[in-house]
Design a protein around this ligand. Sequence first.
Ligand SMILES: Cc1ncc(COP(=O)(O)O)c(C=O)c1O
Length: 470
Amino acid sequence: MAPPTVLAKTSSLPRQQRRFLPPLHSPEHRRITASFPAELLQDFFGGADDAAHQPLEHSKKKPQEPEGSPTPVARQVSDETLVVHAGEKMGNGKSSTDSIATPVVSGTTHWFKNSEDLIAFKEGLRQSFEYGRYGNPTVKVLEDKVSSLEQAEATLVTSSGMNGIVATLLSLVPPGGHVVTTTDCYSEARVFIRDRMGKMGIRSTFIDIDEDMKSSLKDVLAKNDVTLFYADSPTNPMLKCLDISLVAELCHKKGALVCIDSTLAPPINQKPLTLGADVVLHSATKYMAGHHDVIAGCVSGSEALISKVRAWHQDIGGAISPNAAYMIIRGLKTMALRVEAQNRTALLMACVLECHPLVERVHYLGLESSPWNHVASRQMTGYGGLVSFEVKSDLRGTMRFIDALEIPFIATSLGGCESLVQQPAVMSFWGQSGEEKAKNGIKDNLVRFSFGIERFEDLRDDILQALEKI
Ligand SMILES: Cc1ncc(COP(=O)(O)O)c(C=O)c1O
């Protein structure tokens, strides 16, 4: 039973090269999820599937390794390693400090040695930075890290998720263009597409994510010259998901681009570009930053598309501060650990809730009762930390449940270390008509729970005691 240490296998390499951790030749190197020492040893030294990064459907099957195979299997550096190293020592190489932590370069402008040096920069012969709104070394490290996780050629980091959404839509859809989106995409993006882009002469069509979605999309693509298909997957708070490969195939046949807001599925759980999307964006405020302490967004895709988005973004002035970028770099280092804990807690809790007599319905992609479970299992590597459920009560009873909870904060947002809970009828739809709520599938008894990284048993006990109070 040889302990599979990566460093032992690479220790003959020069130090700098070791830090790159080239494709690992270690089939034993896998994500460890077990909480107990015996399971952990079992998982590490044998018996378990090499399940990390396999879509959930595949992770159920055990790959057969040829017995005693002497040939090492080349594999990609894992997400757990990329979140820590990508973009930093890796790929940068021009840092003027030995600090392990990426420096926060706070300067707003960069100087040139002389005019020839400036011309070399303008001609692209020398990589540097000019003015903080166009780019910054700390922000660039973050952009490279995200590109690496998304398997993208390029990434733009923005001052908020909404800023990234607006820059993407404005840059990729010209006046006279046509956007197709879904009825339950992020509400502010939906309003921007319908109202503001509508005033710019851009048409939009909204389709439902339901069993007829394929034919609705085919129909709208056949009857219109669609520029961009834009959608969240998974959706918030009803946790539906799109078949991204299918949507990309249909759209690409008709020359339309596909942009996925993957905020609810960070790259540990889903990589839409690998499924055929052209652009993926996130509110990095959520899982990526992960600590409820920084607002940011990111947009990734091909160099050609992201340079278009970047040009618009420079004009609308949505640069993120280097301090905020550093906080996300720091937050990302633990993203794999955090998200794995959140995936696990949410899945276990969804199962507990689904069997509870005081719970009417649970919305979670990891449950077989979810109509989107089979698609999610094919395209995701984890179902995420958000669970929505309907308690067997009315508005007031549900409020009593929320108020009886002791661990989570009553707050909007999701994806951070602290669990958050909210009742959408009160938090986001207070004062809106029943018709408006029904249109968005929001019932008075709906609870949206964003699981943090607290221990599962503590959260479970808290939820169970609060259910008794409805
Ligand atoms: C799915 C989704 N997309 C985009 C956004 C906007 O992100 P931000 O608040 O960082 O601007 C949010 C915010 O809640 C969101 O939930």
